[in-house]
Write a protein that binds this ligand. Structure first.
Ligand SMILES: [Zn+2]
Length: 286
């Protein structure tokens, strides 16, 4: 098993393009080399205020998640090369304490995101820590493993996309992985990464290296940002945090056609993490 074979963040649900089936997404997974796949969808589309797209395949509410899971179970025998899991994704707009307990029965794991980093450094860190505590309660109540998804996505987006790119960011030197100081990483990512590390280690939460975040950074032509991302994950791994891969691919058709989102295998290679190191995989296998 290689890293690109493992994708814990593979979307296929309410947002499927018209005429595209769940089987089409699974066929895409097979032909793009995926072998372990966690099928996900945004929890807000079922349990939150987010409006369903026209022609959404499943109902609103917990029933919709049950329908998605049932369709996945029905298709499993057609895709014997895939080891398939089901794990909805929750952003901070969902109060995890209100998620119905019956969701545990139909889920193998959960993806949980942290709040964005729009405030001061101290407030961003405190907000993320509070959410991590809510996630821990949720994990304990559901008794399913949780993957903290795209922990640096909103940070890269803030620095490179939603605000003008500051000259100090353009000028960050390109260095090898592990050669950026924690101070430099904290300044760029706008929260205290060591707090995230100790919380995730103590709470036994896995953390995702996300393909979508890598794609965004690469499209901005700043290799130093990739270097900082990899350095941040190397720091987390060094602090004993379990690191796991996810692409965050949503579409298998549409304007980009077959061009989806990669599992960032190069990041794992740079940090020195292999498939057998991933504790989340072992948890799901047991
Ligand atoms: Zn996602």
């Amino acid at each position: 098993m290689q890293i690109h074979n493992i994708d814990f963040h593979f979307h296929a649900g309410q947002e499927r393009d018209e005429g595209v089936t769940l089987a089409d997404h699974l066929a895409n997974a097979v032909m793009t080399g995926r072998k372990v796949v966690n099928l996900t969808d945004h929890g807000e589309l079922y349990l939150g205020g987010r409006r369903l797209p026209d022609n959404a395949p499943y109902s609103k509410g917990i029933e919709g998640l049950a329908e998605y899971r049932a369709e996945l179970d029905k298709l499993k025998s057609q895709f014997p090369s895939l080891k398939l899991f089901f794990g909805p994704e929750f952003h901070p707009t969902i109060d995890l304490d209100t998620v119905p307990g019956e969701l545990a029965k139909m889920s193998d794991m959960f993806l949980c995101a942290l709040p964005p980093v729009e405030e001061t450094f101290a407030a961003n860190t405190a907000g993320r820590l509070a959410r991590l505590d809510e996630i821990r309660r949720f994990r304990d109540r559901m008794d399913r493993p949780v993957l903290i998804v795209h922990p640096f996505h909103s940070c890269v987006k803030y620095q490179l996309v939603t605000h003008p790119i500051a000259p100090w960011i353009t000028d960050i030197p390109i260095r090898d992985v592990g050669q950026y100081s924690l101070e430099e990483l904290n300044k760029f990512f706008r929260f205290d990464i060591s707090t995230l590390a100790s919380a995730c280690r103590e709470m036994d939460l896995s953390v995702e290296i996300n393909g979508g975040t890598h794609e965004m950074a690469r499209l901005l032509n700043l290799p130093s940002v990739i270097g900082m991302l990899w350095s941040a994950f190397k720091f987390l791994a060094g602090e004993g945090v379990d690191i796991a891969p996810g692409s965050d691919q949503h579409e298998v058709s549409g304007p980009r056609g077959r061009l989806g989102v990669s599992v960032p295998a190069d990041a794992f290679e740079a940090i020195g993490i292999t498939a057998k190191d991933i504790r989340l995989l072992a948890k799901l296998d047991s």
